[in-house]
Design a protein around this ligand. Structure first.
Ligand code: PBG
Length: 323
C-alpha cells in the first residue's frame, strides 16, 4: 500500500513542528549549582569546568542575582571549607561557608529558592561521605551528623536540603531532625538514585572532595543496576523525601524513565560535571556545535521524564530560551 501516512507532513515547517513538539524546555526546569569558598572577593575558575567558579560569599551573592535575573528558580550550594577534619565539622558549623552563603543570598534575593547539598565529603579530611572507622565508611554514626548539617542549613534560611551521601536511612534521620527543630516546611530533595560514576571527576576538582583512599563503591550504586533504582526511590519516598533525584543523567536516561513511570513525586536529574566538561571540551575544539548539543542533551533528560534538571548549563540554556 502506498504511504497514506506520511510523518514528514508534520515536519514541513517550523510552525508545524512547534505545534506537535512533545517536549519543551524552560528556565523553570533548572537548578544551577554554585561552589562557595572562604575568603573575600574570590572568583576562581574551575579548570575542568570552564564557566564555573569557586567563589567567596560576597561574589556568590552577585552570581545568584544573575541566575535569578535569567528566570532560573533555584540554586544548589556546595561548600569548600577552610579546614577539613576527620568528622567533617565544617559541615554543621553555624558559621560555615554554606551557612553564610545561604544567609547572604536569602537576605538579598528572598524569591530565589536556595537548596543545599547535604554531605560530608567536602568537609572530611579523608574525603569520604561519612565517618570512617578502621577503613570503613560507617552508616549509622554518619546519620546524626547529616541531620545536624541539614538543620544548620535550615537555620541559615535554606528552602530545601538535598542529601547526596547515600547512607541508608538518612532521609528519615533528616526529616525527623528538621521536624523536631521546627522546620517541618523545609523540603528534602533526595539524591535517591546516585551511581558511583566516573562522570563526577571534574566536580571533585571543583569541590576538592576526592576520597584520599579507596572509592565510593560501598555506598553509591553500582552502574549496571537498574531494578535497584526502584528500591532506592521507594525507600526514600517512605522515609519522607519530597523530590527524587537520579544522578548522573545522560547515561542514565533509562533510570530516569523508570523512576518517572513508578513514582508520582517530582523527579529531578543531575546533569553532572563530567557531562558538562565533555561538551565544553569538544565545543572548544570545534568538534561539535556546543549550544545545539547542550540543548539536545537537556531536552533528552526532560523527555526521559525529569521535571527538574540540575545543570551547569542552566545559565547558557536560559539565555537561549529567553531570546
Ligand atoms: C557529594 C556530591 C558529588 C556530586 C554532587 N554531590 C560528588 C561525589 O559524590 O563524589 C557530583 C556532582 C557533579 O559531578 O557535578 N557527595
Amino acid at each position: 500500500m502506498f504511504p497514506y501516512q506520511r510523518p514528514r507532513r508534520l515536519r514541513k515547517t517550523e510552525a508545524i513542528r512547534r505545534m506537535v513538539r512533545e517536549t519543551s524546555l524552560s528556565p523553570d526546569d533548572f537548578i544551577y549549582p554554585l561552589f562557595v569558598t572562604f575568603g573575600k572577593n574570590i572568583r576562581r575558575e574551575i579548570k575542568s569546568m570552564p564557566g564555573c567558579f569557586q567563589e567567596s560569599v560576597d561574589r556568590i551573592v552577585k552570581h545568584a542575582k544573575e541566575v535569578h535575573s535569567l528566570g532560573i528558580p533555584a540554586v544548589i550550594l556546595f561548600g569548600i571549607p577552610e579546614e577539613k577534619d576527620e568528622s567533617g565539622s565544617g559541615a554543621y558549623d553555624p558559621d560555615g561557608v554554606v551557612q553564610k552563603a545561604v544567609k547572604a543570598i536569602k537576605d538579598k534575593i528572598p524569591e530565589l529558592c536556595v537548596i543545599t547539598d547535604v554531605c560530608m565529603c567536602e568537609y572530611t579530611s579523608h574525603g569520604h561521605c561519612g565517618i570512617v572507622e578502621r577503613g570503613e565508611v560507617m552508616n549509622d554514626p554518619t546519620l546524626e551528623l547529616l541531620a545536624r548539617e541539614a538543620v544548620s542549613h535550615a537555620k541559615a534560611g535554606a528552602d530545601m536540603v538535598a542529601p547526596s551521601d547515600m547512607m541508608d536511612g538518612r532521609v528519615e534521620a533528616i526529616r525527623l531532625a528538621l521536624d523536631e527543630e521546627g522546620f517541618p516546611e523545609i523540603s528534602i530533595m533526595s539524591y535517591a538514585v546516585k551511581y558511583a560514576s566516573a562522570f563526577y571527576g571534574p566536580f571533585r576538582e571543583a569541590a576538592q572532595s576526592s576520597p584520599k583512599s579507596g572509592d565510593r563503591y560501598s555506598y553509591q550504586m553500582d552502574p549496571p543496576n537498574r531494578r535497584e533504582a526502584l528500591r532506592e526511590a521507594a525507600l526514600d519516598i517512605a522515609e519522607g523525601a519530597d523530590i527524587i533525584m537520579v544522578k548522573p543523567a545522560m547515561s542514565y536516561l533509562d533510570i530516569i524513565s523508570d523512576i518517572r513511570e513508578n513514582c508520582d513525586l517530582p523527579v529531578a536529574a543531575y546533569n553532572v560535571s563530567g557531562e558538562y566538561s565533555l561538551i565544553k571540551a569538544a565545543g572548544k575544539l570545534g568538534w561539535i556545535d556546543e549550544k545545539r548539543v547542550m540543548m539536545e542533551v537537556l531536552t533528552s533528560i526532560k523527555r526521559a521524564g525529569a521535571d527538574i534538571i540540575l545543570t551547569y548549563f542552566a545559565k547558557d540554556a536560559a539565555r537561549l530560551l529567553n531570546r
